[in-house]
Write a protein that binds this ligand. Structure first.
Ligand SMILES: [Zn+2]
Length: 178
């Protein structure tokens, strides 16, 4: 156990420590976790071209979804372990969009559009989640916005088909072959 000997009496020092540890974990300053009006998100700190890996997910397996898990397979929901005092990995904070700029490939978030520094990283939760534990109303303003985001099983067949190129394998299996 290599707990760094830190003194927490200086807030800035603590913040810097947390920020640095998060940045290290998210592959060399490629993204930052940001908070805005109490909502967290993740923004790019560099340019990503389509196909570039933005970050890799680490975590623990759960058999049921909760508010913060990401589904990787049937009965396999990845939960983010708290990696540092008060610090979770960035992937936990990536927000939903109905027309996102990234997609989950295996355990990687991969850019599907050109992404520039400062852009929010997003993915479509309906491309990994079959049934969400905590549905919410999306306000992304895309013409393709589904409104309530509650998981792939609740989408109409047209929307399921639209998502085909972005679907995780466990959801692709549920679509008819193209
Ligand atoms: Zn939307």
């Amino acid at each position: 156990m290599s707990e760094p000997a830190l003194h927490w009496n200086h807030p800035l020092r603590a913040d810097n420590y947390l920020l640095n540890s998060l940045l290290e974990e998210t592959s060399a300053h490629s993204v930052s976790i940001v908070a805005h009006h109490g909502q967290h998100g993740v923004i790019a700190r560099q340019t990503f071209a389509p196909g570039d890996v933005i970050l890799h997910m680490e975590g623990e397996r759960r058999v049921a979804p909760d508010r913060h898990t990401l589904q990787l397979d049937d009965n396999f929901h990845l939960a983010s372990a708290e990696s540092q005092p008060g610090g979770y990995p960035a992937w936990r904070y990536i927000n939903h969009a109905c027309e996102p700029n990234s997609a989950v490939r295996g355990r990687d978030f991969v850019a599907i559009l050109p992404i520039h520094p400062g852009d929010p990283i997003t993915f479509n939760y309906n491309t990994t989640e079959y049934h969400m534990a905590s549905p919410f109303t999306c306000t992304c303003a895309s013409p393709f916005c589904v409104g309530v985001v509650s998981g792939f099983r609740y989408l109409d067949p047209i929307e399921q088909e639209r998502l085909r190129p972005l679907l995780a394998p466990h959801l692709l299996r549920r679509l008819r072959p193209a």
